[in-house]
Design a protein. Structure first.
Length: 458
């Protein structure tokens, strides 16, 4: 591999913690509460419990792979080494789908959050474009989202160290925001609120709530994709993954209990008109302090910062994943080139942004999130199969870190991921078909054209 296509190593343990938590932390501020409408407080709690087990066991298992093969390609590289080029391609495609489709969903949320600070008069009116009526409110949301894409793609092109420093700052602010929220809401916590209407749709609702429970942790695996830019990745990745998953589990439990315990789960799902909302923390604070209190306004602002943290972090990881696909020939070679000055995957970042903007303009945010979840679960299953295969057939491989309680942990990760994938397919049939169609078309291209472009991974 030529030196001009090498990424610069500059990340340490603290930066890795900031990235690992930052990728995920937006999920604490929006999205998860909609699972309460599917399953109630007990149902979502059960789903979240299983998801926590899945992510803890998966993260520790994935850390072994990341330390053994520190590469920007992440899951793609591990599967390629263990299972061959065809399953390697599928793992890489699943990874790219997750990483590329997460940012447009978060960008839409950034636009929705930001518009809360704009005068209501700005939201009035509508336009007709190409025969489609678009309201002023939707147009402003899209404009803000597009600006977010432009800003954070440029930041990531300028250099990973500056990008990671920014990520660390906004992540710390977002974590402090969750602590502030808990300090306001926990004094009002009542166990009776947690028990009220706890299982409205029976235990089937637990399966419907799985993707919302995943939103608490989705994308922590992005951390593996900056291993190639990490100083001494064999040691630092262990600290980064371990500290990040520990922090996220604590924040998940704290956020869930302090939100629902204020006034029951309905209070953080439905507004006074009975419409489902996607802002559980402001809704909980509103029921305690009212909309006019400065903490309510502050929390919306910090929530926006949390969304920015995840958006920016996943854009960073997505660039690395697409870059590796191009560098080894699974995608057009220009995607595997680094910027001559900044030594960052500029081409991959720009192409990912264009695809994300197209997805964003579709306006189907919920479907975009679900497609990303399908990609993530596929990635988890193939990665754990890769771990088993490498342990069996390449026992001599250097493993600076070994997952504890092997083979129990990776087996648990596979089983729970498989159940989650089947449950999501049952409750989201149309989106699952779209996901399969994307994977099928990509794989067909690979079989007929892509294999001729493959270069050896060094």
């Amino acid at each position: 591999m030529s030196d001009e296509n090498q990424l610069k190593r500059s990340l340490g343990s603290i930066m890795l913690w900031g990235l690992g938590v930052g990728y995920v932390i937006s999920g604490m501020y929006f999205g998860w509460n909609l699972g309460l409408a599917e399953a109630g407080s007990l149902g979502l709690a059960i789903a979240t419990g299983f998801v926590i087990v899945m992510y803890v066991t998966f993260t520790l298992s994935y850390t072994e792979l990341a330390c053994s093969m520190p590469s920007a390609g992440g899951a793609f590289v591990y599967a390629n080494e263990a299972l061959g080029k065809r399953l390697g391609f599928l793992a890489g495609m699943a990874q790219n789908i997750e990483f590329i489709f997460c940012p447009p969903a978060i960008a839409a949320a950034i636009g929705a959050y930001f518009k809360l600070y704009l005068p209501e008069t700005w939201m009035e009116g509508s336009y007709v474009l190409f025969g489609i009526t678009i309201t002023q409110e939707v147009l402003i949301t899209l404009c803000i989202a597009i600006i977010a894409y432009a800003i954070f793609t440029i930041i990531n092109i300028l250099g990973v160290e500056s990008a990671a420093t920014f990520e660390l700052i906004v992540t710390v602010i977002a974590v402090l925001g969750l602590i502030l929220f808990a300090s306001v809401s926990l004094p009002e916590f009542k166990l009776s609120n947690m028990k009220a209407n706890a299982l409205p749709n029976g235990y089937w609702g637990v399966f419907a709530a799985i993707p919302f429970a995943m939103w608490f942790f989705l994308a922590i695996e992005c951390l593996a994709n900056v291993a190639e830019e990490t100083i001494n990745p064999q040691k630092k990745m262990v600290v980064g993954f371990g500290s990040a998953i520990f922090t996220l589990v604590l924040l998940c439990i704290l956020t869930f209990s302090s939100s629902v315990g204020v006034g029951g789960w309905e209070k953080v799902v439905y507004n006074t008109a009975g419409e489902a909302q996607d802002s559980p923390l402001p809704m909980a604070v509103e029921s305690i302090l009212g909309k006019d209190h400065f903490i309510y306004t502050l929390l919306i602002g910090i929530g926006l910062i949390g969304l920015i943290a995840s958006f920016h972090g996943i854009v960073l990881a997505a660039g690395r994943a697409t870059f590796e696909f191009g560098r080894v020939g699974y995608a057009p070679k220009f995607l595997g080139k680094v910027h001559t000055k900044f030594k960052t995957p500029a081409n991959a970042l720009i192409i990912n942004a264009l695809i994300g903007l197209i997805a964003l303009l579709s306006g189907r945010t919920g479907d975009i999130i679900t497609i990303a979840c399908f990609g993530a679960l596929t990635l988890y299953i193939i990665s754990m199969l890769s771990l088993f295969k490498l342990r069996k057939e390449k026992a001599e491989m250097e493993r600076p870190f070994k997952v504890p309680l092997y083979p129990i942990f990776p087996a648990l990760a596979i089983m729970i991921s498989s159940v989650a994938l089947v449950a999501m397919a049952i409750f989201n049939k149309e989106v699952f078909i779209i996901y399969l169609a994307i994977m099928f078309v990509a794989y067909a291209w690979f079989l007929f054209f892509g294999q001729k472009r493959i270069s050896t991974i060094n």
